[in-house]
Design a protein around this ligand. Structure first.
Ligand SMILES: [Zn+2]
Ligand SMILES: [Zn+2]
Length: 347
């Protein structure tokens, strides 16, 4: 069947539009489901495509549907586990399931991952900011009907932070430092708390972000420039685990200084080159510095934590726009002084 759908596309730098598209759903399909998208969160990469027309080397070469933080309702499916009207969170990952990483269960490292809203390949992989979308059955993660859209649209970013938290091993009773508490840093706070961290200290330059981190469960929120961190650097460091979520070299330096010897530093923030890197601190303190990228089965964990109320992301939700106001929503999301997470409603 042919379906008409309105889609939020990026065409290049500062060039977005809401356009009519036509998609095809094969009603006899065994493995695909037609979904009506209800809500989508705007993420840093969506903003990057809007503001720069690219993310890293991935440049927008033709109109691409934005968005990878989406939820929806099943319209048509042949999957016996799904039914029409059922609410689902859409896992935006589509790994090949054939490469060596997929075969060993490390699907987030898939060599040919097709992730929603990415210009890595040409033609690009369209995202989820559209009224109707055909997805793989396996991408539909069902959840209780009574869970709210506001909450469930956080499934993807929370999955990212649960994966990051798990890179640090068992967090029970651990002292944790989180440097950079935008929406992702704040969800790291919630994730490490849910996983049993005993003490959570955060740093950021924005008072508003620090207040949100406290609401999300941090014990202490320090101003990155104005507060004194020297006591945490004594005795070769205080924290068992640090999460660097800002991508700034100075933040990495601080994490190295206040993570204790033989502790773990998880790199979540994405930055460019580091001009001066204190390699000696990493070596002499034997710090394990690990990257964290996207998620694997943590998407399901995230859906469960959100639908059961184990994590409440609502302090982070600043505003919901109708999808036809795409550009206003992107501008609001880019205004870091005033907003944390901005969502688009497709209903
Ligand atoms: Zn995201
Ligand atoms: Zn693969």
């Amino acid at each position: 069947m042919k379906i008409e759908t309105l889609s939020c596309v990026v065409k290049g730098k500062n060039d977005v539009d809401v356009v009519t598209q036509h998609i095809d759903y094969d009603e006899s399909s065994r493995d695909q489901t037609l979904v009506q998208i209800t809500r989508g969160g705007i993420c840093g990469s969506d903003l990057h495509y809007y503001q720069h027309g690219k993310v890293g080397n991935f440049e927008v070469k033709h109109p691409m549907i934005l968005g990878h933080e989406v939820i929806g309702k099943v319209v048509k499916t042949n999957d016996p586990k799904l039914y029409a009207g059922q609410k689902v969170a859409i896992n935006p990952s589509k790994p090949c399931l054939k490469c060596k990483y997929c075969l060993s269960g490390e699907t987030n490292q898939c060599e040919t991952m097709r992730f929603f809203g990415s210009a890595m390949y040409n033609p690009h992989v369209d995202g989820g900011f559209t009224q109707y979308k055909v997805v793989d059955n396996a991408q539909c993660i069902d959840y209780p009907q009574e869970a709210s859209d506001d909450v469930m649209a956080f499934a993807e970013p929370l999955a990212v932070t649960i994966h990051a938290a798990k890179q640090a091993g068992d967090l029970t009773g651990r002292k944790v430092f989180i440097s950079g508490v935008g929406p992702i840093g704040c969800l790291v706070v919630a994730s490490v708390k849910a996983l049993g961290a005993a003490e959570i200290v955060c740093a950021d330059m924005s008072r508003r972000c620090l207040d949100l981190a406290l609401k999300m469960g941090a014990d202490k929120a320090l101003h990155a420039l104005n507060d004194d961190f020297s006591a945490y650097a004594e005795h070769k460091g205080y924290f068992d685990v640090s999460f660097e979520v800002s991508g700034h070299p100075s933040s990495l330096e601080r994490c190295l200084a206040i993570t204790k010897a033989r502790g773990t530093l998880i790199q979540v923030g994405m930055g460019g080159a580091i001009p001066e890197f204190n390699m000696m601190m990493l070596i002499a303190k034997e710090i394990s510095w690990k990257g964290s990228f996207r998620f694997i089965e943590e998407f399901n964990t995230s859906v469960e934590w959100l639908s059961t109320g184990k994590v409440n992301p609502l302090p982070l939700l600043s505003k919901v726009f109708g999808f036809r106001q795409l550009e206003d929503a992107l501008k609001a999301a880019a205004n870091k002084d005033e907003t944390a997470k901005v969502q688009l409603s497709f209903e």
